[in-house]
Design a protein around this ligand. Structure first.
Ligand code: NAD
Length: 328
């Protein structure tokens, strides 16, 4: 049996991997710890490591893994901005799950938008206290509003379909346009200027780090809603706070946060959060933060397990799948 080390394990991660691992002939060591230079040694004796979005796959970690016999890193996610792909080249093969359920993420983005716009988070608490007042709960019709989708890949296009169903106007910006998607493509600046709601669905790269900052926030419509289910570092959080305080941004739905890796996925309810920026965002009535949860559906977890296990099988059999991460 091939031995696999699995990091940052939560009970929901195990369900489908446990169901499928025997048919692939893998023995999986599940670790609750995140992968980093200190925990990498746990993988000694394993041929492959399964890692996730908040694991640290910098050169220091990859060095320890490589020196201890690991040759394959199977990311159980699409993004790999946390992997030093350059360092891995020629030593470790990186594979990923490019698509597991664009619906899961797009539907979560819409759920957050509806919650913020119709103040459902407040309404829910009010009614639990038998407070049936409607004061302060007024939203707006999504019908007829303009949403700007940055990154019209699998998730962005799925969101487009949902928004078309609401009767919204959809503007898109992408480095590579999809002509038949029914999206009106404009420049990024036009998208910022014209959109009532802006939703981010592009990967995080060196070029678009903090693409939403004080300068670009200033181009947007006053009261714009911003949704980020992509990667936290696309937004300069301090600039977002200033824009929320001034009313330039009407509301923000954040499933990701630039400093999330030490906090998200963990129960911190008994500790004092040291991150004042995150604490300030969470304190605002027009900000909704979820803990990188957009992917969390049964369908997505099942697809993640199936594709991760078949990616590993293909690697061990010397077969290419197209899910290999290569240096751009
Ligand atoms: P995808 O590869 O299908 O689409 C990404 C699109 O972004 C592509 O069309 C690409 O051309 C475009 N793009 C790249 N750089 C860009 C830039 N600088 N400006 C504008 N567009 C750019 O990926 P996807 O499956 O749609 O996923 C999108 C992102 O969603 C992922 O990169 C990941 O960061 C995030 N994601 C988050 C969760 C979650 O749980 N919150 C889950 C899955 C994916």
């Amino acid at each position: 049996m091939r031995k696999i080390s699995f990091y940052d394990t939560k009970p929901y991660d195990r369900i489908y991997f446990d169901e499928l691992k025997a048919q692939y002939g893998y023995e999986i060591d599940y670790f609750e710890e995140k992968l980093n230079p200190r925990t990498a040694i746990f993988a000694k004796g394993s041929e492959a490591v399964v890692a996730f979005v908040n694991d640290d796959l910098s050169a220091g970690t990859l060095k320890v893994l490589y020196e201890n016999g690991v040759r394959l890193i199977a990311m159980r996610c699409a993004g790999y901005n946390n992997v030093d792909v350059k360092y891995a080249q020629g030593k470790l093969q990186i594979v990923r799950v490019p698509a597991y359920s664009p619906h899961a993420v797009a539907e979560h983005a819409v759920g957050m938008l509806l919650m913020l716009n119709r103040r459902l988070h407040k309404a829910c608490y009010r009614v639990k206290e038998y407070n049936f007042s409607l004061n302060g709960l007024m939203g707006f019709d999504l019908y007829g509003k303009t949403i700007g989708i940055v990154g019209t890949g699998k998730i962005g296009r799925t969101l487009n379909e949902i928004c078309q169903g609401f009767g919204m106007h959809v503007l898109g910006y992408d480095l590579y346009e999809t002509p038949d998607a029914g999206i009106t493509y404009v420049s990024l600046e036009e998208l910022y200027r014209q959109s009532d709601i802006i939703s981010l669905h592009c990967p995080l790269t060196k070029e678009n780090y903090h693409m939403i900052d004080s300068r670009t926030l200033g181009m947007m419509k006053k009261g714009v809603y911003i949704i980020n289910t992509s990667r936290g570092s696309l937004i300069d959080s301090e600039a977002l706070i200033a824009a929320l305080k001034s009313g330039q941004v009407g509301a923000a739905a954040l499933d990701v946060y630039e400093e999330e890796s030490d906090l998200f996925f963990e129960d911190n309810s008994d500790t004092i959060i040291q991150d004042d920026v995150l604490a300030r965002l969470i304190s605002m009535p027009n900000v909704l933060v979820t803990s990188h949860q957009a992917f969390l559906t049964k369908e997505a977890l099942q697809n993640i397990a199936e594709v991760t296990l078949s990616n590993m099988k293909a690697y061990f059999e010397g077969v290419k799948t197209g899910n290999e991460v290569t240096l751009q």
